[in-house]
Design a protein around this ligand. Structure first.
Ligand code: SF4
Length: 215
């Protein structure tokens, strides 16, 4: 095991303890394979499952696993038109389980997310019966300030570039790679959420993965 993984494993123990003190359920997985096993353990095939846009969910193979194993997914990618996709996203807000990643998690167990339309963070706040956050240890930061900076200055410009490649949003950061705190109509930074507790207790689960995942 390399030094980064050894350090992350030690640090994760403390973070999991801190997440539990904040009423989150929390688990640690060494790799993508263990993460899929944990998902299999946590989700039943009778539950409806939706998710927010997330590179982590793609890199872990979780989305493919759910689709290939007959889980009851509510998958916006199956919508044929923009309207159909939007309708599916709305249905996802009342799913049994909502999967997402985080833009940052502090060592103290506070979760930070930034969102454009807000479907991902609205699901995190309320709607789906349960939320499962899957986050690589690269998302861990020391403080809320560090997390906000990571979300705004690192994750958002890269995500904006990804979305620009898909649908052409052309925000200033897609031109120069740096956040200029824009007010663009297509800004992916409309709302910023810090989640300090799971309420009700246990509604939100966090799975920390000892790999670099997503941005
Ligand atoms: S430039 Fe706009 S869209 Fe890009 S990261 Fe900054 S606020 Fe977000």
């Amino acid at each position: 095991m390399n030094n980064i993984k050894i350090r992350n494993k030690k640090l994760a123990e403390k973070i999991i303890n801190n997440l539990q003190k904040r009423n989150f359920k929390a688990y640690f997985c060494e790799n993508k394979q263990e993460t899929i096993q944990k998902i299999e353990e946590l989700i039943s095939k009778t539950e409806t499952i939706s998710w927010g846009g997330s590179i982590t969910l793609e890199e872990t193979g979780i989305k493919n696993f759910l689709e290939e194993n007959n889980y009851k997914t509510i998958n916006r990618d199956k919508g044929k038109t923009k309207e159909e996709k939007e309708q599916i996203v709305r249905q996802g807000l009342i799913s049994d389980v909502f999967l997402m990643s985080a833009n940052a998690i502090t060592e103290d167990g506070i979760i930070i997310n930034i969102d454009g339309t807000g479907n991902r963070i609205s699901a995190l706040c309320f709607g789906p019966k349960r939320v499962i956050i899957i986050a690589g240890m690269n998302k861990i930061v020391k403080t809320v300030e560090d997390g906000l900076s990571r979300a705004r200055n690192y994750a958002a410009p890269i995500n904006a570039q990804r979305i620009n490649n898909l649908i052409g949003i052309n925000t200033p950061c897609t031109e120069n790679g740096s956040c200029v705190n824009c007010k663009s109509e297509t800004s992916i930074c409309s709302q910023i959420l810090t989640t300090r507790l799971s309420n009700p207790k246990g509604r939100i689960t966090v799975i920390l993965v000892n790999e670099e995942l997503g941005y």
